[in-house]
Ligand binder design. Structure first.
Ligand SMILES: [Zn+2]
Length: 138
C-alpha cells in the first residue's frame, strides 16, 4: 500500500528533510518540486537535503497563555529560528530563561510529538529548540 503523500510529507517535515536545487544550490524546506528561482531548469534536479539542525534566533516572544499541550511550561518562549541553510522555522525554545534569549543566539533543533488526536488520527508535531551551549557537547 502506498503511503499517502500527506504522511510522507509530515515525516519529511519533522525529520528536517528539505530539498536542494542542484541547479542553483538553494535549499528549500519544506520540500518543493520546483525551484522558484530556476523554475524549468530545476525540473528533476531537486534532491533530498537533510537540514543540519542548527540555526540562530531571529525573533522571539514570551507566551503567557498556556497552550493545552504546554501547560506545565507556561510561560514559554516561542522563537523564529533561521537555520544555517537559510530556512526559517518557528518553535518552542527550551532550557533558557526569556531574559537570557537574544537575537543571534545559536540553537539546535529537534522534533517532538506534541499530541495525538486518536490512535489512527492526527499526530501533532512541533519543533523544539535549545541553546547550543547549554545542551552538552556529547
Ligand atoms: Zn534553483
Amino acid at each position: 500500500m502506498a503511503i499517502p503523500r500527506f504522511w510522507r510529507e509530515i515525516r519529511q517535515r519533522y525529520k528536517g528533510i528539505g530539498v536542494e536545487c542542484k541547479n542553483c544550490g538553494e535549499i528549500y524546506f519544506p520540500p518543493r518540486d520546483i525551484c522558484p528561482e530556476c523554475r524549468r531548469e530545476s525540473y528533476k534536479k531537486m534532491e533530498d537535503y537533510e537540514l543540519k539542525g542548527t540555526g540562530e534566533v531571529v525573533t522571539y516572544t514570551k507566551v503567557h497563555e498556556p497552550h493545552p499541550e504546554f501547560k506545565d511550561l507556561s510561560p514559554y518562549v516561542m522563537a523564529i529560528i533561521e537555520m544555517d541553510e537559510g530556512v526559517r522555522l518557528t518553535g518552542h525554545l527550551v532550557d533558557v530563561d526569556y531574559e537570557q534569549v537574544e537575537r543571534g543566539m545559536k540553537v539546535e533543533a529537534s522534533m517532538r510529538k506534541l499530541g495525538e488526536e486518536s490512535p489512527e488520527g492526527l499526530i501533532y508535531y512541533g519543533y523544539k529548540f535549545w541553546p547550543l551551549d547549554t545542551h552538552g557537547k556529547d
